[in-house]
Design a protein around this ligand. Structure first.
Ligand code: ADP
Length: 232
């Protein structure tokens, strides 16, 4: 098998159980799925169906209770927290609903910060920050603080931060949830461009119109995949 045929994500029998106050919640009950390189996938389902938990497992923010997870062919479900952090930082970009920018760092510093945890010369970091800012149309805001930007602009910076790492995989959890429709459309346009340039994207959204922009939707209910579909 050629490396490029290896799915970016392969989950087998993946479960996540939370225990709180003697209540057992099977947030992800038994998920098996493969996501090939370059695919744009939407995870949909009602509130509480396990979308965010599944995205956290895929993003190595959490570990499964059972099952295996191959990320680009490598088993990653039993890694230590330090190893997970390294793989996450080098291979996965995140865009969250709440932007998650650091308030006392400038736009450029926010984008550069994750790159400083890698063995990367300063000149390469600066090149990547500039190119990511250009990509999202925010070069003129490089020295601003997040609070000086609109929500839409902050989310564009968050997308720039995610892509500056040139991730294998981009994960987006309700990326337009805090945006009006104009800014939401702009952020979705950025994701489409990233997909066209070859990035694998897994997105959670409640917005049916945005969900249709993905190539495939995985529907969850009670932590299980209940339906899968490609889009015309
Ligand atoms: P969705 O993103 O589809 O709304 P979630 O993944 O957030 O669903 O949650 C799935 C289920 O797991 C819910 O019942 C939720 O209450 C529960 N859950 C999620 N995270 C935790 C946690 N850290 N501790 C306990 N229960 C959790």
């Amino acid at each position: 098998m050629q490396a490029s045929d290896t799915p970016i994500i392969r989950l087998e029998g993946v479960k996540k159980v939370f225990h709180t106050d003697e209540v057992e919640t099977h947030a992800v009950a038994d998920v098996r799925c493969e996501i090939p390189r370059g695919q744009y996938v939407c995870i949909a389902g009602p509130s509480g169906s396990g979308k965010t938990t599944l995205l956290s497992l895929i993003g190595l923010l959490d570990t499964p209770t059972a099952g295996t997870y191959l990320l680009d062919g490598r088993e990653v479900s039993r890694l230590s927290a330090t190893q997970r952090a390294r793989v996450r930082n080098e291979r996965i970009g995140f865009v969250f609903q709440s932007f998650n920018l650091i308030g006392d760092l400038t736009v450029a510093e926010n984008i550069e910060l994750p790159l400083t945890y890698r063995a990367m010369p300063a000149a390469e970091r600066r090149r990547r920050v500039e190119s990511a800012l250009e990509r999202v149309g925010m070069s003129h805001r490089a020295r601003h603080l997040p609070a000086q930007l609109s929500g839409g602009q902050q989310q564009r910076v968050a997308v720039a931060r995610a892509v500056a790492g040139e991730p294998l995989l981009l994960l987006a959890d309700e990326p337009t949830g805090n945006l009006d429709s104009r800014n939401g459309d702009a952020v979705m346009g950025l994701l489409r461009e990233l997909h066209r340039s070859g990035t694998t994207i897994v997105m959670v959204t409640h917005n049916p119109e945005y969900a249709r922009q993905a190539e495939r939707t995985i529907h969850l209910f009670d932590g299980r995949v209940v339906e899968e579909g490609g889009h015309a």
